[in-house]
Design a protein around this ligand. Structure first.
Ligand code: NAP
Ligand code: MG
Length: 497
């Protein structure tokens, strides 16, 4: 039995799932023009959760027109930066005031432990909105000294890029939505957000708060629906100026192609195969705990999950045994159970995909050190799994599994160059983690690793820290100054005096 008695605001979240959910276009809740709706599932039970509107290309046309109208309206395009900031701070305050309801809703929709949603995803989303609200008043161009003949006054303006399509995945729905919309609003863009088909609920609930705050009509639009219809129509639309996407590398490639028609600006946050490197001088206890957290948090459904563990041979047995002990002790269950540490994966498809990877690894000679067993319960559960004896050619080592599956390898060399070469042996380059107490090794390795983010001895996400990938992990960066500047165009103005 699931113990849900202690979950605050679960009743509110459940009431919200039962509502009629429309599309939000031009400041109005509207019915979709063609197809009516689709239903979502609770991944902890596999049972129906909510019925949601299904946007198609005609709704995309309406939403793009509404966003364009907002960009052309003085109400949004001439709004003072401090007023945009104020609206955003109000949105963050409202989200914070409703944090328990959002946490329960996220847990129902995505399956993640309500505690994780309440103490990680939501605070992060709120902080992201506040952080970017602060940038609204600080987006400046610069004056530039020219060297050509004559006397010049030259400067740059930073203008909003315009109408932005934002497509997000299901693994951290509210945090991803906030990471997309906050910099775009701060920069003065007009947004069309498409959440993942599996997890539209917190984006819908957030839209009610955006409505309550009172952003100008069309500055924010929400289209629930499917990637291959609504998503594809958004990315190909000739009046969309920029598309930002988080999800699979495969869909990222489709988006690049679709964006070519009108040369949309494109930001892509794609997959990863993050290496975690435990050096000979690491604090082993901390490294064990960190390595386990890195792969098992959110049931491994994290783009920079530490899925390849490289341990110096002097600690290999101890580290793998330690991570395995943690894996075996993790309480698996419904995200709404207060005792749960690891929830289900998002869907039957993902569960079967993860199992397929594990059995292909074993067939090719990998050893199942922990996990891998099928769990006898309803819903889409996978046990935390550790594979040893893999080689670099196996799919489990090369591809993003997006589940709680760790490949553990030992290394003998002390040559940093070789350690980095092994860690860099991936098409991905999103993150890397180093455990060491050797200051020089940490900084030298950080330079050699081909990854957008390198963490030494732990550390989490922060909206001030640029996030994005080298190689096939994406294009561009989110967060920080770079993250908001990606929602602007630079205009150079040169005046002959
Ligand atoms: P996905 O297909 O890449 O979905 C991400 C988002 O893109 C969803 O909103 C999706 O809509 C939309 N989309 C799908 N096809 C599209 C298209 N042709 N044009 C525009 N938008 C499109 O990811 P997934 O199928 O949910 O998961 C598959 C794998 O992707 C995972 O196993 C994992 O390896 C990877 N993934 C990575 C991340 C990450 O953060 N890096 C996040 C999620 C998934 P629908 O919801 O309707 O499909
Ligand atoms: Mg998909």
């Amino acid at each position: 039995m699931t113990n849900t008695a202690a979950i605050p605001s679960l009743d509110k979240a459940q009431a919200f799932t039962g509502r009629t959910h429309k599309l939000f276009i031009g400041g109005q809740w509207v019915e979709p023009m063609e197809e009516e709706s689709f239903s979502t599932e609770n991944p902890a039970t596999g049972k129906k959760l909510a019925i949601v509107s299904k946007a198609t290309a005609k709704d995309v046309d309406r939403a793009v027109a509404a966003a364009r109208a907002a960009m052309n309206s003085s109400e949004w395009s001439e709004m003072k930066p401090s007023v945009r900031a104020k609206l955003m701070f109000r949105l963050a305050d409202l989200l914070e005031a409703n944090i328990d309801e959002f946490a329960a809703l996220e847990s129902l929709d995505n399956g993640k432990p309500v505690r994780d949603a309440r103490y990680f995803d939501l605070p992060h989303a709120i902080e992201t909105i506040r952080y970017n609200a602060g940038w609204a008043t600080k987006l400046n161009g610069e004056t530039i000294a020219l060297s050509g003949p004559g006397t010049w006054h030259a400067y740059t303006l930073r203008e909003p890029v315009g109408v932005v399509a934002q497509i997000v995945p299901w693994n951290a729905p509210i945090a991803m939505a906030a990471a997309k919309i906050a910099p775009a609003l701060a920069a003065g863009c007009a947004i069309i957000l498409k959440p993942a088909e599996e997890t539209p609920l917190t984006a819908l609930r957030l839209t009610h708060l955006i409505e309550e705050v009172g952003f100008p009509a069309g500055a924010f639009n929400l289209l629930t629906g499917f990637g291959d219809t609504a998503g594809a129509a958004l990315t190909a639309h000739p009046d969309v100026d920029k598309v930002t996407f988080t999800g699979s590398t495969e869909v990222g490639r489709l988006i690049l192609k679709a964006a070519a028609g009108n040369f949309k600006r494109v930001t892509l946050e794609l997959g990863g195969k993050t290496p975690v490197i435990v050096m000979p001088d690491a604090n082993v206890a901390q490294a064990i705990e960190g390595a386990a957290r890195s792969i098992f948090t959110n049931t491994g459904q994290v783009c920079n999950a530490g899925s390849r563990l490289f341990v110096h041979q002097s600690h290999f047995d101890e580290v793998v045994e330690g991570v395995s002990k943690i894996a075996k002790a993790i309480k698996i269950g419904s995200g709404l159970d207060a005792d749960t540490q690891m929830g289900p994966v998002i869907s039957r498809t993902q569960r079967d995909r993860i199992r397929g990877y594990v059995s292909s690894g074993v067939q090719q000679g990998a050893m199942l050190y922990a996990g891998g067993e099928e769990l006898d319960r309803e819903g889409y559960f996978v046990s935390p799994t550790i594979l040893t004896d893999t080689d670099a050619e196996m799919a489990v080592r090369r591809e993003e599994i997006f589940g709680p599956v760790l490949c553990a390898m030992s290394f003998g060399e002390d040559e940093l160059e070789q350690i980095a070469t092994n860690a860099n042996a991936s098409e991905y380059g999103l993150g890397a983690v180093i455990w060491t107490n050797n200051l020089s090794a940490a900084h030298l390795l950080a330079r050699k690793l081909k990854a957008g983010t390198v963490r030494v001895n732990g550390g989490g996400l922060d909206p001030a820290l640029p996030f994005g990938g080298f190689k096939q992990s994406g294009w561009g960066r989110e967060n920080g100054r770079e993250g908001i500047e990606a929602y602007t165009e630079t205009k150079a103005v040169a005046v002959a005096l």
